[in-house]
Design a protein. Structure first.
Length: 161
């Protein structure tokens, strides 16, 4: 079953690239005691994700900070090397925390996975955006289609603040 407003995020492990290589972060590391905007994309560098979804969060990073948000984080079922390259190519470094959920552990635990194997993508994440306070979902906007970025945009989450 998919997470809903009021639910606590489950424990999971993410991977990020650091100057020393791959670093592991847990749900507690990222969300514990913090207000976080979390958004998910079906895949790094894919057209809707790269051109329509991610840019709004990068451009709005300062606005989120002014509203008391500690971290803006993006999760994708991609490996940490791909997400690091996407971070560099998008200009998101220092504005968005790029979280690799390469095995879809977190995505499956929160019920936001879908089967993209029909087009060669394997398990992927639904597109969504959430406002998370100390690990608890305060707002959640989930897209009906992975190719659309409408209700899960940065602007919609800013409205929720």
């Amino acid at each position: 079953m998919a997470i809903t407003i009021g639910d606590r995020l489950p424990e999971a492990t993410f991977r990020v690239m650091s100057p020393d290589g791959i670093k592991t972060l847990t749900t507690a590391d990222i969300f514990g005691g913090k207000r976080v905007v979390l958004f998910a994309v079906p895949g790094a560098f894919t057209p809707t994700c790269h051109l329509k979804h991610l840019p709004g969060f990068i451009e709005s990073a300062d606005d989120f900070k002014k509203q008391g948000i500690d971290t803006v984080a993006c999760v994708a079922v991609n490996d940490p090397f791909v997400l690091s390259a996407w971070e560099d190519a998008s200009g998101g470094k220092g504005k968005v925390l790029f979280l690799s959920d390469g095995n879809a552990e977190f995505t499956k635990k929160i019920g936001m996975d879908f089967d993209g194997s029909g087009i060669g993508l394997g398990t992927r994440s639904k597109r969504y955006a959430a406002l998370v306070d100390d690990g608890v979902i305060e707002a959640l906007n989930v897209e009906d289609s992975p190719g659309v970025a409408d209700v899960s945009t940065a602007a919609k989450i800013l409205e929720a603040l």
